[in-house]
Design a protein around this ligand. Structure first.
Ligand SMILES: [Zn+2]
Length: 493
C-alpha cells in the first residue's frame, strides 16, 4: 500500500530517534566498561604504603594500581588487583637508577635488584660496540640496562690495545694521530646513532689522550645532545686542573658533562671539586656529578692509574691496597707480582668525612661504580650502595632526608639522561603513566650486608622490587629466573 504523506515519519523525528539510540548505546557501553574495569581492576596493587615521589614531593599514604607494566593510578581510594602487595608501614618509592655500574652481568643485576636498583647503566667506561652490548643482555637481565659509547674501549680498538677491560698498552701510552682521532670520532658518532645514552671518558686510564682529542670527542657528543661521563685525568690537588679540562671541553663544545665518583677522585679536595661544579652550574653550564658511599675504590692494578708515581698521585701507599682474592694488603713485592698478573685491586684512599661531604651535597647523585664479581670477590659497593645510603646517612646519621636520598637515587639520574634518552622520562617517578619500576622497603630495617670480605652479600629490607611491573624481589626474596629488564637506549638513527 502506498503510504500517505501523514503516515511517513518526518525526517526530523527519524534523526532524533537515531540520536537517542546512539546516546543509549554509548551510555550502555560506557557503563559496561566501567563495570568491567571495576571487576578486572589492576594486575598489581600496592596498598597503604608511604609513597614518596621526589618529583611531585608527595609523601603520604596511598594505594597504587599497576597494569601492563605501568603505574595507572595513585589514590587514597580502595583498589583491587590480581596480586596484592601489602606496604603498610613501608616506603614506596621509584626504583633506583645507577648511572655507573661496570658489572653488567646476571650476578650483579641480581645483587643490585636486592639493593633496590631497577635500572643499571655502564656509562663511564661503556662499550665500543653498542649493538652487541645490548644484544648480549636482551631477555636475560633482572633489571633494566643501558650503556655509553666509550672513548676508552674505542681507543683500545683503534690502537689495538689488548688490555682486559681497561688499557694496559698503546691506548694508555701513545698519542693518537690525526687519522686515529678522526676514526675515534666516526666510531663515537656511530655508537650514538645506535642508541648509546652517553659518551664515556676516562683520561686517567688514557693519559696519552691530548686535551684536543678529548675536546674532539666532546664535539661529537654535543652534536648528539649526549652527556659526557668522565673519570677525571688525575686525583688529589691536580684533580682541580683535571676538572678544569672537562669543564672547559663542555663550555667550548656545549656538551653536557657528568663527573663520575667525585669523592674517590677528589679525596681531601672533594669540597673544592664540588664548589667548582656548583660554580660552573651557576654560570649556566650543564654539569652534574655522583658519588658512592665507601672510603675505598677499586680498579685494575695493571692500568695506567698505577704507573710510576701513583703513591703521590693517588695519595696512597702499598699498604692501602688490598687484593680481593686473598684479603691481603700489598707490599712493593706483591704489588709488582699482581701488576704483572693483572686484576682488580681495592684502594683505601678516602675518609668517612669526605664521603659524607659528597653524599650529603645537593649536587651529587648516588652511583655505585660496582665491578663484576670474580668468584664472588670484589667491592661491596656493587651489592650495597643504595641500602647503605638509606641505613648510614638517612637512618643512623640523619645527615640526609629520606626524600633527598630517594631523589639522588632515582629522579636526578633519570633527569640526567632524559634529554638524550626520552625513555627516562617515565623512570625515577611515581606518577600515572610512569613505568612500574618501584621499590617497597622498611626504612627502619633496610641495610647493606656486603663487606670487603664478603662483597656479594645481598642487602636486606626491600620487601618488593618491581621492574616493568614484575616483582623481581617478593617478600624480601629474590625471584630466581625473572628477567623483566629492558634495554634503555636513546632513539636509534
Ligand atoms: Zn667506574
Amino acid at each position: 500500500m502506498r503510504m500517505t504523506r501523514l503516515h511517513r515519519p518526518p525526517l526530523l523525528i527519524v534523526f532524533l530517534t537515531c540520536c537517542a539510540i546512539a546516546v543509549a548505546v554509548v551510555v550502555f557501553v560506557f557503563k559496561r566498561d566501567q563495570v568491567a574495569v571495576a571487576a578486572k581492576d589492576y594486575d598489581i596493587v600496592i596498598l597503604q604504603g608511604r609513597v614518596i615521589d621526589p618529583e611531585s614531593k608527595l609523601d603520604a599514604v596511598r594505594n597504587i594500581g599497576i597494569s601492563a607494566g605501568k603505574i595507572q593510578t595513585i589514590t587514597t581510594k580502595a583498589l583491587n588487583g590480581r596480586a596484592t602487595f601489602d606496604a603498610k608501614g613501608l616506603v614506596v618509592a621509584p626504583g633506583f637508577i645507577d648511572l655507573h655500574e661496570h658489572g653488567q652481568i646476571p650476578e650483579n643485576y641480581r645483587a643490585q635488584a636486592m639493593d633496590g636498583v631497577t635500572s643499571s647503566f655502564e656509562l663511564e667506561v661503556g662499550t665500543a660496540d653498542v649493538d652487541r652490548w645490548y644484544a648480549e643482555r636482551e631477555g636475560k637481565a633482572a633489571v633494566n640496562f643501558g650503556v655509553s659509547i666509550g672513548h676508552i674501549p674505542t681507543r683500545m680498538v683503534v690502537m689495538d690495545d689488548r688490555g682486559e677491560w681497561l688499557p694496559s698498552g698503546p691506548a694508555a701510552t701513545r698519542q693518537a694521530t690525526g687519522a686515529e682521532i678522526e676514526e675515534l670520532k666516526r666510531r663515537i658518532e656511530r655508537g650514538l646513532n645506535r642508541g648509546a645514552v652517553a659518551v664515556g671518558f676516562g683520561p686517567a686510564y688514557t693519559p696519552a689522550a691530548s686535551h684536543w682529542e678529548i675536546q674532539e670527542m666532546f664535539r661529537v657528543a654535543a652534536g648528539n645532545n649526549a652527556p659526557c661521563h668522565a673519570h677525571l685525568r688525575e686525583a688529589r690537588e691536580p684533580a682541580i686542573s683535571a676538572l678544569g679540562e672537562v669543564i672547559a671541553a663542555a663550555a667550548i663544545t656545549g656538551a653536557p658533562l657528568h663527573v663520575v665518583h667525585v669523592n674517590s677522585t677528589g679525596t681531601q679536595w672533594t669540597p673544592r671539586l664540588l664548589q667548582i661544579i656548583g660554580e660552573a652550574r651557576s654560570r649556566g653550564l650543564d654539569v652534574t656529578t655522583e658519588c658512592y658511599p665507601y672510603t675505598a675504590g677499586m680498579t685494575r692494578i695493571e692500568s695506567a692509574l698505577f704507573d710510576e708515581g701513583f703513591q703521590q698521585r693517588l695519595g696512597v701507599d702499598y699498604k692501602d691496597l688490598q687484593w680481593p682474592e686473598t684479603g691481603e694488603r700489598l707490599t712493593p713485592e706483591t704489588f709488582a707480582r699482581y701488576r704483572k698478573q693483572g686484576g682488580g685491586v681495592i684502594i683505601f684512599s678516602n675518609t668517612d668525612e669526605m664521603v659524607r661531604v659528597a653524599v650529603t651535597s645537593p649536587l651529587t647523585m648516588i652511583a655505585s661504580d660496582g665491578i663484576a664479581y670474580q668468584n664472588g670477590k670484589g667491592h661491596p659497593r656493587a651489592a650495597g650502595t643504595y641500602s647503605r645510603i638509606l641505613a648510614q646517612y638517612v637512618r643512623k646519621e640523619k645527615s640526609l632526608s629520606l626524600m633527598d636520598a630517594i631523589k639522588k637515587m632515582s629522579l636526578m639520574p633519570a633527569e640526567r639522561l632524559e634529554r638524550r634518552a626520552p625513555v627516562m622520562k617515565n623512570k625515577g617517578r611515581i606518577k600515572a603513566g610512569a613505568d612500574a619500576d618501584i621499590v617497597v622497603f622498611d626504612a627502619e630495617r633496610v641495610t647493606d650486608k656486603a663487606t670487603y670480605e664478603r662483597p656479594a652479600e645481598y642487602s636486606e629490607g626491600f620487601k618488593y622490587v618491581l621492574i616493568n611491573g614484575v616483582a623481581v624481589v617478593r617478600d624480601g626474596k629474590l625471584q630466581e629466573g625473572f628477567t623483566p629488564g629492558r634495554a634503555l637506549r636513546a632513539p636509534i638513527k
